[in-house]
Design a binder for this molecule. Structure first.
Ligand SMILES: NC(=O)c1ccc[n+]([C@@H]2O[C@H](COP(=O)([O-])OP(=O)(O)OC[C@H]3O[C@@H](n4cnc5c(N)ncnc54)[C@H](OP(=O)(O)O)[C@@H]3O)[C@@H](O)[C@H]2O)c1
Length: 324
């Protein structure tokens, strides 16, 4: 029995499309109450397909779904934690409440569903947990601090769980999409403050106003689609021992190797250089002192060290001459 969260759009909907075609699968496709009618219209229920209401950010909703599956089908065999939200806000402009919802949806909810499903999987001696993560779980981008934090947390917990669940025959995988050609960036949320700033003025206005079209452009030109990510999820379901980390698009592979190969000292300055119009970020709100850009700083300090070394040698020669 396969449980998939967040099936009302994007990747979750594409996963549902693939899974209901396979006659040997029993599937529970879930959506929040407000999206349930749409999902029921798309996925007609049958003796092997059920559509249930699940808000992953609510503990009683999570428990009710797992209890119902336990009663009807004896528990979850494969859990696909796909539902997720993304805030567009700088760290400073996030509110506590928004931070909480971001973490509850992308981290606490999926982790609790794992906790509720795992005992049954252990008892059967088999099971799969597939967490849809993101490139943001390996590299963080400006205006996505909280989203990144939620995906980093999911990655960390999944990595630990991989070791813990392995002796019981339970497999854990992280699907890591990069930019996906979909409408999900239109569903991005704003904190109260970032909602104001991204349309108006303020210290971070330039960051939003350049990052928004930049991300939209990358998503519009991405090769990966919800359907290609869904096919990968299906492959993981059908593979006996899938790996833990599964980069799900070309850019995800690229960033994975970039992070591994590029010296850490150079990675952030390089990525900062690649971001749009950073020279204008902060604008008149920035009071930082003029700084020498880092390559010149490195060259200056190298010359400084050389001249100090030469000076030391001269002093030593002079000392020796004085003695003789
Ligand atoms: N698209 C990308 O570029 C991209 C890249 C990397 C990773 N991802 C990850 O892929 C996953 C799916 O994203 P997507 O692109 O398919 O986004 P999407 O089109 O916005 O779909 C997100 C789904 O999650 C559901 N959801 C949101 N909050 C929920 C909650 N509290 N309880 C239950 N369901 C909830 C939404 O349902 P409602 O209709 O009820 O809101 C929707 O079905 C997410 O985990 C996302 O972080 C996406």
């Amino acid at each position: 029995m396969i449980l998939v969260t967040g099936c009302s759009s994007g990747i979750g909907e594409a996963i549902g499309d693939l899974l209901i075609k396979r006659k040997s699968y029993r599937v529970v496709l879930t959506a929040r109450e407000q999206s349930l009618a749409k999902v029921k219209a798309r996925f007609p229920e049958s003796d092997r397909v059920r559509v249930m209401a699940l808000d992953v950010a609510k503990s009683d909703s999570r428990k009710a779904v797992i209890d119902e599956i336990q009663k009807s089908w004896g528990g979850v065999d494969i859990l696909v934690n796909n539902a997720g939200i993304s805030y567009r806000s700088t760290l400073e402009e996030m509110s506590d409440e928004d931070e909480h919802l971001q973490m509850e949806t992308n981290y606490h909810g999926p982790i609790d569903l794992i906790r509720l499903s795992l005992p049954g999987m252990r008892r059967k001696g088999r099971g799969k947990i597939i967490n849809v993560s993101s490139v943001s779980g390996m590299l963080a981008m400006p205006t996505m601090a909280s989203y990144s934090a939620s995906k980093y947390a999911l990655e960390g917990a999944s990595e630990a769980l991989w070791y813990e669940a392995r002796p019981f025959g339970v497999n854990v995988s992280l699907i890591q999409p990069g930019f996906v050609k979909s409408h999900s960036f239109e569903r991005v949320r704003f904190s109260t403050q970032s909602q104001k700033t991204h349309l108006g003025v303020g210290p971070y206005a330039g960051v939003y106003q350049t990052m928004e079209p930049f991300v939209a452009n990358l998503m519009n030109h991405a090769w990966a689609t919800p359907q290609s990510i869904a096919r990968l999820v299906q492959d993981v379901i059908r593979t006996q021992n899938p790996p833990l980390w599964i980069p799900a698009s070309f850019d995800a592979e690229f960033f994975y190797y970039l992070r591994r190969i590029f010296p850490r000292r150079l990675l952030q300055p390089f990525l900062y250089f690649c971001l749009p119009k950073t020279a204008a970020w902060g604008g008149k709100y920035s009071h930082r002192r003029a700084q020498m850009i880092w390559p010149f700083r490195v060259i200056r300090s190298w010359f400084q060290k050389r001249s100090d070394a030469i000076q030391d040698q001269c002093d030593e020669i002079e000392n020796q001459q004085d003695k003789s």
